[in-house]
Design a protein around this ligand. Structure first.
Ligand SMILES: Nc1nc2c(c(=O)[nH]1)N[C@H]1C(S)=C(S)[C@@H](COP(=O)(O)O)O[C@H]1N2
Ligand SMILES: [Mo]
Length: 356
């Protein structure tokens, strides 16, 4: 059962996009001031409905191509080695709403990001306990949520290669910022794959299966591909591309969000991250002239770092931008790239300010 996706449009936002935008939410940019994003300000993306799960009856089943199937309660998982790490999560669709024509889906601008302290147990330990059998190529992660996307009915599910799944920093996470996961962020358990775009971090985990063939479910084979045209085989979406964001200075106009500030020395501040490699530098563009910013230490291997730059704000209208460069040599485009699903659009952010 396949229905074609709605064609991209240059028209006004549709009611369907508005409906998604009102259910899901971005992080307010002023929350870039926090090292660790308060849970209620972290971005949120839920494809279907938030499932009703109870800690007392919920179980994680580990099966497929394993020596011993496991059935684990939340207490079982909590009794395993405990690891806490800060991780920056970003939705692969961040930036989609600026594309021309606009792919119809969750219409993010730039706010689909957040950094939390995640606590859980390394997945590798649970997989070792189950005994991954020879011939396993991928691990499949299945959520409790269910729905239809572009005509395909499915449980939300994604896979990882066995090598990626065995990375020591991949977690089965049951806490966010020191508290049990909120229902919307995956209670009672979610996958955490530091460095990867959000779709990989499967929430409401109920099943993990060892597969001896690559998974071909909707969220793996159809969604989350960089394609230049509908018949381009494309490339899978994997790790987070570099991005820097600026805390909009001054105060906003309610409707347009244009900023007003007084002529003075102003400290411009923001955050930068990349899932591919550490951030090497951040540049700030003031009316198109780029200056290197002062870079703070990263909060963690897979968490953002702060940056700042003093700016002598002179009266008039200005456009402020920022861009991140990582140690692998990746950066952010100044011209809008385009792909069919609107994935990984890390065009530089621009903030309009009026200095008085
Ligand atoms: N089970 C399940 N897991 C999921 C999703 C989902 O809809 N269902 N959405 C994914 C996507 S696309 C993103 S960007 C992240 C968002 O995580 P957050 O809402 O905790 O920020 O969860 C991912 N995990
Ligand atoms: Mo996402």
């Amino acid at each position: 059962m396949i229905s074609p996706p709605p064609p991209p449009t240059d028209g006004p936002l549709t009611l369907e996009e508005l409906q998604l935008a009102a259910r899901n939410k971005g992080m307010p940019l002023e929350a870039l001031r926090y090292d660790v994003t308060p849970v209620g300000m972290h971005y949120l993306l839920v494809h279907f409905d938030i499932p009703a799960l109870e800690a007392a009856t919920w179980r994680l089943r580990v099966g497929g191509n394993v020596a011993r199937g496991l059935e684990l309660s939340l207490d079982d998982l909590r009794s395993l080695p405990r690891v806490t790490m800060p991780v920056t999560l970003e939705c692969a669709g961040n930036g989609r709403a600026r594309l021309h024509p606009r792919p119809i889906s969750q219409p993010w601008l730039v706010e689909a990001v957040g950094t939390a302290e995640w606590t859980g147990t390394p997945l590798a330990g649970v997989l070792a306990a189950a005994g991954i059998a020879p011939g396993t190529v991928e691990m499949l992660f299945v959520g409790a949520d269910h729905g239809i996307e572009k005509g395909h009915e499915h449980d939300y599910a994604r896979s990882l290669t066995l090598d990626e799944a065995m990375r020591p920093d991949v977690l089965l996470a049951y806490e966010m910022n020191g508290r049990p996961l909120e229902p919307q962020h995956g209670f009672p358990l979610r996958l955490l794959v530091p460095g990867w775009y959000g779709m990989t971090h499967v929430k409401w985990l109920t099943r993990i299966d060892a597969l001896n063939e690559p998974f071909d479910g909707y969220q793996q084979k159809t969604a989350y591909w960089y394609k230049r045209s509908p018949d381009d085989p494309g490339q899978p979406v994997t790790r987070i591309k570099p991005r820097a964001l600026l805390i909009p200075p001054g105060f906003p106009d309610f409707l347009t969000r244009t900023r007003t500030l007084d002529a003075d020395r102003t400290e411009l501040r923001g955050r930068a991250w990349s899932g591919g490699a550490p951030i090497a530098r951040v540049e700030v563009g003031i009316d198109g002239v780029w200056t290197e910013a002062k870079l703070g230490a990263a909060l963690g291997t897979y968490a953002w770092c702060s940056w700042s730059l003093d700016w002598d704000a002179t009266p008039g209208e200005h456009v402020l931008s920022c861009r991140a460069f990582d140690e692998a040599g990746s950066s952010q485009p100044l011209e809008q790239p385009w792909n069919v699903q609107g994935m990984g659009n890390n065009l530089v952010q621009s903030v309009r300010v009026i200095v008085r």
